[in-house]
Design a protein around this ligand. Structure first.
Ligand SMILES: Nc1ncnc2c1ncn2[C@@H]1O[C@H](COP(=O)(O)OP(=O)(O)OP(=O)(O)O)[C@@H](O)[C@H]1O
Length: 246
């Protein structure tokens, strides 16, 4: 459904991303993993239409066979930082994605209220972000992203700020939401355990310049992803990541 063809990103003379091509399938969760600074966020930001203006970009993208000119209504982007506005309630924060898509505010709020229980946020419609735990804030950010009904979600390290237990719970929670309502997801992560636990496919990036060095399908069914069953996949992925940083 999404194709990137020969994406090159430069900052002045510095080559940040070099001739990167990839295809994403509908309904698949693809993790993009690689060392810090290899260009993962830049790829995602470009697709979302929020890449810094000073960066020079060459390359094309297509969505469902048509040229993609970001930002696109079928693509929802969740940036790395927690971008909930502290002065807005959780309901108001979550409805921003809909309001910018020109849905009427009252209709947006009604629709969102009905989604609060599924996102574990019932009763917190009128709370402010600093009254919630890290996991709840993250679910509120997901609610804002997912309510947009986009076919492609771009998630930039959505769990990196969470403690280990909350992170595990949120991984399961995300997979359950995607099972109910399948979308294509491109998710940036640093964490090979996370990638192998939840992804259908893992793309490995290397740095300087940023490029894809491996494409690893994770074929073990999610219900069978125990430590033992994933040990070999994790070990292969670890070797790929280490090889690329030698
Ligand atoms: N606006 C910019 N101007 C110049 N260089 C930039 C700009 N934005 C990013 N870079 C550089 O591009 C490279 C890739 O950055 P990017 O944030 O995409 O990497 P990343 O793999 O997502 O890193 P991390 O995992 O640490 O978030 C880095 O070296 C970064 O310093």
């Amino acid at each position: 459904m999404l194709e990137i063809d020969s994406l090159t990103i430069r900052a002045g003379d510095r080559l940040l991303v070099d001739d990167l091509s990839l295809t994403l399938q509908a309904g698949q969760l693809t993790c993009l993993i690689g060392p810090s600074g290899c260009g993962k966020s830049s790829v995602v930001k470009w697709l979302a239409g929020v890449l810094a203006d000073e960066l020079r970009v060459k390359g094309r993208a297509g969505l469902d066979g048509a040229p993609l000119v970001p930002p696109h209504a079928r693509i929802a982007y969740q940036p790395q930082q927690d971008t909930l506005f502290p002065w807005l309630t959780i309901l108001e924060n979550a409805s921003l994605g809909l309001e910018v898509r020109s849905a009427r505010k009252a209709a947006a709020h009604d629709r969102l209220r009905s989604m609060f229980p599924v996102f574990g946020l019932q009763g917190h419609e009128d709370s402010f972000p600093d009254q919630l735990s890290g996991g709840m804030r993250q679910r509120a950010a997901f609610l804002r992203t997912m309510v947009q009904d986009a076919g492609l979600l771009l998630l930039d390290e959505p769990f990196s700020a969470l403690d280990a237990v909350t992170r595990l719970r949120m991984q399961d929670w995300l997979v359950a939401r995607l099972d109910e309502n399948p979308r294509a997801v491109l998710m940036v992560t640093h964490d090979l355990f996370e990638a192998t636990q939840i992804a259908d496919r893992v793309l490995v990036m290397a740095a300087a310049p940023g490029r894809i060095t491996a494409d690893l399908p994770i074929t073990t069914p999610r219900r069978d992803r125990t430590e033992a069953n994933l040990a070999e996949t994790r070990s292969r992925l670890k070797s790929m990541l280490l090889k690329d940083t030698e």
